[in-house]
Design a protein around this ligand. Structure first.
Ligand code: IPD
Ligand code: CA
Ligand code: CA
Ligand code: CA
Length: 266
């Protein structure tokens, strides 16, 4: 299949951006009046998650009725034969949102024939809009951004995503602890999408997780790649959006060192 034209890509980015901004505004409008439901222990969802997804779905499907839509808060949609699929997290960082900890975002990625071509992450509390089109670089509020050139693990600020209510014997916790000993610092911030956006913007050097879903990663992976960063599985194998593992780094050197530390850890 031939990739969409430059003009079509612009239209897709424009529509996705509008959806992300309005989804974000929806999240802010629900602040302090939402009720919280537990999907399972410490896995929260609110009315804001659903309202944001419904709005994003409406905006995108109104404009592109034949496109496929994959969102976290399932809206039953019939798969179509279109090569386009929007991969949407209407609120990444629900736990943070619930506590009023202002680190959460709307994440909208677009696949064409299985390839990520557009990515948008919007942080509604800071009005930070991260965008990427495949082959055209990564941007923060319209300004080009890139990953840092840090190559020594000792100089790297890292973030890990662990599932909520993780058992302390989980290998993910062991990896977290071993990286605390080796990197400059390891944070756990609660929004995988925003973590990837921060990596693309040169604010951190590495991010990893072994428990993510496609909507946590779709937009962020394209942003990191377009910002010159590297994305793979924890053991260095090629990244697969539909598998839960990701190791994303600013440089190849960091990737190699972290991979090695993970091998020694488990
Ligand atoms: C969660 C966040 C978190 C990650 C969890 C995700 P949600 O997404 O991305 O950083 O550690 O695994 O489920 O549920 O807030 O959209
Ligand atoms: Ca969730
Ligand atoms: Ca998420
Ligand atoms: Ca979510």
């Amino acid at each position: 299949l031939e990739l969409p034209s430059a003009q079509m890509l612009e239209e897709l980015l424009f529509a996705g951006t509008k959806a992300a901004r309005l989804g974000g505004a929806m999240l802010e409008s629900w602040r302090s009046r939402f009720t919280v439901t537990e999907k399972s222990r410490a896995n929260l969802v609110t009315e804001a998650d659903f309202a944001s997804q419904k709005l994003i779905h409406e905006i995108l499907l109104n404009q592109f009725p034949d496109h496929n839509f994959l969102g976290e808060e399932d809206l039953a949609t019939r798969p179509t034969s279109s090569p386009f699929q929007w991969v949407v997290d209407p609120l990444d960082g629900t736990s943070n949102y619930v506590h009023g900890f202002p680190y959460y975002a709307v994440s909208i990625g677009l696949e064409f024939d299985g390839e990520l071509i557009v990515g948008i992450i919007y942080d509604p509390t800071r009005h930070d809009l991260f965008t990427a089109i495949k082959g055209q670089g990564a941007f923060l509020n319209g300004q080009r951004v890139s990953c840092t050139d840090v190559i020594r693990i000792e100089d790297a600020m890292c973030i890990a995503s662990l599932p909520t209510a993780t058992s302390t014997s989980d290998p993910a916790v062991k990896r977290f602890l071993s990286m605390i000993g080796r990197s400059q610092t390891v944070q756990r911030t609660g929004s995988a999408a925003l973590n990837l956006a921060y990596l693309a913007a040169g604010r951190i050097e590495a991010f990893w997780s072994s428990s993510l879903k496609p909507w946590d990663m779709a937009a962020g992976v394209l942003l990191v790649r377009e910002a010159g960063g590297k994305v793979c599985k924890l053991n260095g194998q090629s990244f697969d959006l539909y598998q839960p593992e990701i190791l994303a780094t600013a440089t190849e050197s960091l990737q190699a060192q972290i991979q090695q530390i993970f091998v020694e850890t488990t």
